[in-house]
Design a protein around this ligand. Structure first.
Ligand code: HEM
Length: 222
């Protein structure tokens, strides 16, 4: 037996996807705003200690390479958080393809910059959570960089189906960084506290689990 569905129901069926997309756009925009608002404050106030308000090791006087790489990383993080969800809006893809392509190029290049800058920070200063965070985040950077290269490569080769699969993988991984913060938020909400999280050192069992768990599930996308 086949089920006939009225065309009038189509907008209703599309609602959940539209709702998810809206939540994604708002959530990532808030993340981008958080990055800009917090990390540009030292530029206007001259108070570099603001860099270390959330993580204690982002700014260390005289360690120029690590300081520069994390600043570049943060800028790229804000850019990618704004561009990413825009790439999913069907109307932009359908009616403004050149714009979609331009954002895609910026996204790919920014993902590469974020990955390399994050790696330089890990190698020169080390992540706040120690060896587990170093390894987990470095692997995340390696995967993000690889997906960016593959997305670019297959677009250049005009293999659009493969390009699209890599682009989805790239985007899913890029979003994981935002999900990491969201998941910490939910963990706190569910438990009414943060069991397994060591504030400041990020070396509790939950922190170590999260060093990998925030991006591993996204790898089955694409
Ligand atoms: C893809 C999008 C990414 C965004 C939006 C992003 C954003 C951020 C932000 C905002 C911070 C500062 C901490 C905070 O205020 O929450 C940060 C720190 C950091 N990120 Fe990323 N990041 C991304 C990807 C990556 C990747 C791919 C790597 C690995 C190479 C990485 C490695 C790091 C490291 C090592 C830190 C410093 C942790 C510490 O204090 O020791 N991030 N990132």
């Amino acid at each position: 037996m086949t089920t006939q569905q009225s065309p009038a129901m189509a907008p209703m069926r599309q609602l959940p996807a539209a709702l998810w997309l809206s939540l994604l756009i708002i959530g990532q925009a808030v993340f981008a705003w958080y990055i800009f608002a917090l990390y540009t404050q030292p530029l206007t106030s001259g108070d570099s200690t603001i860099f270390n308000r959330v993580l204690s090791n982002l700014h260390v006087p005289d360690q120029l390479l690590a300081n520069f790489s994390i600043a570049l990383h943060l800028f790229g993080g804000a850019v990618i958080s704004i561009i990413g969800p825009l790439q999913l809006i069907p109307a932009i893809r359908a009616k403004a393809l050149p714009f979609h392509r331009m954002l895609g190029r910026i996204y790919v290049i920014t993902a590469m910059v974020i990955s390399v800058a994050g790696m330089i920070f890990i190698v020169t200063r080390g992540a706040v959570g120690g060896i587990y965070m170093d390894v987990g985040f470095a692997l995340y950077g390696f995967l993000l960089f690889t997906c960016a290269v593959q997305t670019w490569r297959f677009a250049m080769a005009k293999q659009m189906r493969t390009h699209r699969r890599w682009a989805i993988r790239l985007f899913a991984l890029g979003m994981a960084s935002w999900l990491y913060r969201v998941e910490y938020g939910f963990w706190g909400l569910i438990n009414g506290g943060m069991p397994g999280h060591e504030s400041g050192t990020f070396q509790g069992p939950f922190d170590i689990f999260m060093d990998f768990a925030f991006y591993i599930p996204t790898l089955n996308r694409g």
